[in-house]
Ligand binder design. Structure first.
Ligand SMILES: N[C@@H](CCC(=O)N[C@@H](CS)C(=O)NCC(=O)O)C(=O)O
Length: 202
């Protein structure tokens, strides 16, 4: 199995962590989707990472679909519950975490444009998405919908989203007034799978 990705992508990190936690062997194919010349489109016509290539030559993208494919292989530990409604709830939380990554990425891309072309209001719009979503996650931790010490697709995705905010220094005050999210991140960051997939220091 090959995982096509970059070491800085939080979506790729989510998939790497799922594979590592399940003890599944994979080859990492390092591609930079934003560089002029990259080979990502041969695995995903959208040109985005991650993409997963199975030993039978099947391609899977994007990360929620790859996560679902990995889960279908039935390898422990289970990252999504069997009950359909409980599974949907976990996947909705994954979507929320992925949305934080999307908004983080969008603000990083906006700020990478020449200063004169940057839109302050667009950066603010993305930051508001991040802030609202983090508040929602904190609320789910407070009301018990989410448990900070559970390892599943949702908590992995949330920790990867927070890891990306830290890595890109987006919303540096995210932890203020969100003690339960801090606990979730601290609990997961010490796992070997997270340590092994930490984005490289710039
Ligand atoms: N919804 C996608 C998002 C993946 C994504 O946005 N990946 C970024 C890297 S972090 C990418 O490859 N961007 C390249 C592009 O947009 O052209 C997923 O979950 O896999």
């Amino acid at each position: 199995m090959k995982l096509v990705g970059s070491y800085t992508s939080p979506f790729v990190r989510k998939i790497s962590i799922l594979l590592l936690e399940k003890g599944m062997a994979f080859e990492f194919v390092n591609e930079q989707p934003y560089s002029e010349e990259n080979g990502v489109a041969q695995f995903n016509p959208l040109g985005k990472v991650p993409a997963l290539v199975t030993d039978d030559g099947e391609y899977w993208f994007d990360s929620p679909i790859i996560a679902q494919y990995i889960e279908l292989l039935g390898i422990a530990p289970e990252m999504v519950p069997h009950d359909p409604l409980a599974a949907l709830k976990v996947r909705q939380l994954e979507s929320l975490a992925d949305g934080i990554m999307d908004a983080g990425l969008a603000s990083v891309r906006e700020l990478a444009r020449p200063a004169a072309q940057q839109s302050e209001s667009e950066v603010l719009r993305q930051r508001q998405k991040i802030s609202r979503s983090l508040d929602a996650l904190e609320g789910y931790l407070v009301d018990g919908t989410l448990k900070p010490d559970t390892l599943n697709l949702a908590t992995i995705a949330i920790a990867c989203a927070i890891g990306y905010l830290n890595f890109r220094r987006i919303a540096p005050g995210w932890c203020v007034d969100r003690p339960n999210l801090v606990k979730l991140a601290e609990t997961l960051f010490v796992r070997e799978s997270f340590a092994r997939t930490e984005p490289p220091k710039a």
